[in-house]
Design a protein around this ligand. Structure first.
Ligand code: AMP
Ligand code: ZN
Length: 449
């Protein structure tokens, strides 16, 4: 069998994966900040690292530890709690519950450990104290900062040039810092804000120290693979490296850094700040978890993936076809097509191969069908029986998609010609059929009510 290859953001190259200890494989992926409903951009990260976890398990069995944290303390959470006048715990519990429901719909395996940041404040305080005593961090008026100039490798992961960084707008200005590029490790909390006692007064940790503390606790000072979306390379992952390498006197923190590309809408990154998000719950309700999962795997993880109804409709058609030869399989054996995934999680290549296998299996014997089923299960598809699949289709949609698109088109034409009462009538008609339409920047989208 071939070795696993991964694109390592450290070297910007595809490398052979060599574990530190094959009996103790370690994977850490940055989990969600639980302040708002998870969107399909977050789902991409979830599904990519779920596939990686599945492949590692296929290769190394039960010797794989996958840690995915929950960030349940962060300025954004405090902001939402103040805006909604809701208790922080209430918000984080609600969002965490939705997140877990979404993971289940997408058929993601549970990680081995799912630590919450607020359960690890003691570990964070220990690392921060140690960084201060070793001369890598300093306190100023109850704030603690990491001194970036004390770490000579700073910027290597993200190719960030410190001089350019100083001149840019990506850094938070504060006169408490020795240098504008220094970043926060600990900050004081106002009375109403959540806080923990520390040597620097009542306060809370910065976001980056959370992952340094949790990864070290569960995977050790130096571990195999660290993952997350492309947006986390700078500053989050760069800062994690700085904290952990300086504190533990290490050349390397994680050996392989794996980053998924962006999920976009009209070529723009999907993000809460741009207001172009589609929640995982809505996407799954409209198309089902399997269709969403297959769509997320349709592009290579290092590449961008543009999200639109056509993509999803296509994936639904594919699954409809594939379900023609669904078999109930209790046992998931290793599959020959696993090799394709070993090559840097080549999911588009894998899917292309599945089309080939389908054509052979459809006309072929039970064994060929069996191989096809085993392979699909390897990437987390075919997790519901044919009957459930057919039933879920019925509950998802009462009218054909083509009808909805036709109506949307008619409404657009009515609006264009100034016939707003017709446009409203069409919208109301769709609404009575359980379909909500929303006018986005360039396109009208639809979802189930
Ligand atoms: P957050 O809750 O925003 O910290 O994000 C959780 C994970 O989702 C991180 O790994 C992010 O990098 C990833 N992520 C967020 N938005 C996108 C997007 N549009 N495309 C791909 N990954 C994303
Ligand atoms: Zn992180």
């Amino acid at each position: 069998m071939n070795n696993l290859h991964l694109t390592n953001s450290l070297s910007k190259k595809k490398e052979t994966f060599k574990p530190i200890n094959p009996k103790k494989i370690s994977l850490y992926a940055c989990g969600p900040t639980v302040y708002d409903i998870p969107h399909v951009g977050n789902a991409r990260s979830l599904v990519v690292f779920d596939v990686l976890f599945r492949i590692l398990k296929a290769l190394y069995g039960s010797n794989v530890t996958y840690v995915r944290n929950i960030t349940d303390i962060d300025d954004k959470i405090i902001e939402v709690s103040q805006k909604k006048n809701k208790d922080i715990g209430e918000i984080t519990n609600e969002v965490t519950k939705t997140f877990h429901d979404n993971c289940k719909s997408l058929n993601c395996l549970s990680p081995s450990i799912e630590p919450k940041a607020t359960d690890h404040i003691k570990e964070m305080i220990e690392i921060i104290s140690s960084l201060i005593s070793k001369g890598f961090a300093y306190e100023n008026q109850k704030h603690v900062y990491f001194e970036v100039n004390s770490f000579k490798d700073y910027g290597k992961l993200s190719n960030t040039n410190l001089d350019e960084l100083k001149a840019g707008s990506r850094i938070e200005i504060s006169n408490l810092k020795k240098n504008p590029i220094d970043f926060i490790l600990w900050k004081p909390s106002k009375q109403k804000e959540p806080g923990w006692d520390s040597p620097w007064g009542r306060g809370r940790p910065g976001w980056h120290i959370e992952c340094s503390a949790m990864s070290e606790k569960y995977l050790g000072k130096n571990f195999d693979i660290h993952g997350g979306g492309l947006d986390l390379i700078f500053p989050h992952h760069e800062n994690e490296i700085a904290q952990s390498c300086c504190n533990n006197n290490l050349k390397k923190f994680a050996n392989y850094w794996v980053h998924n590309g962006f999920l976009t809408i009209n070529k723009e990154k999907m993000s809460k700040s741009l207001g172009n998000i589609i929640s995982i719950s809505d996407a799954v309700k409209k198309y089902s978890g399997q269709v969403v999962r297959l769509a997320l795997l349709s592009a290579h993880y290092t590449q961008p993936l543009d999200w639109n109804d056509d993509l999803l409709i296509n994936q639904e058609k594919i699954l409809n076809k594939w379900y023609n030869i669904y078999q109930h399989k209790e046992k998931e054996n290793n599959s020959e097509v696993e090799e394709i995934l070993l090559d840097d999680l080549n999911t588009p290549g894998f899917i292309a191969k599945m089309h080939e296998l389908y054509n052979e299996a459809y006309k072929g014997d039970e064994e060929k069908k069996s191989k096809f089923n085993i392979a699909l299960k390897l990437i987390g598809l075919f997790n519901v029986s044919k009957k459930e699949w057919e039933n879920s289709k019925k509950s998802r949609i009462s009218v054909p998609e083509s009808y909805i698109l036709k109506k949307i088109d008619e409404r657009a034409k009515a609006k264009k010609s100034g016939d707003f009462s017709l446009a409203d009538k069409i919208r109301d008609e769709l609404s009575s059929q359980g379909i909500l339409i929303e006018d986005k920047k360039e396109k009208t989208m639809w979802k189930l009510k």
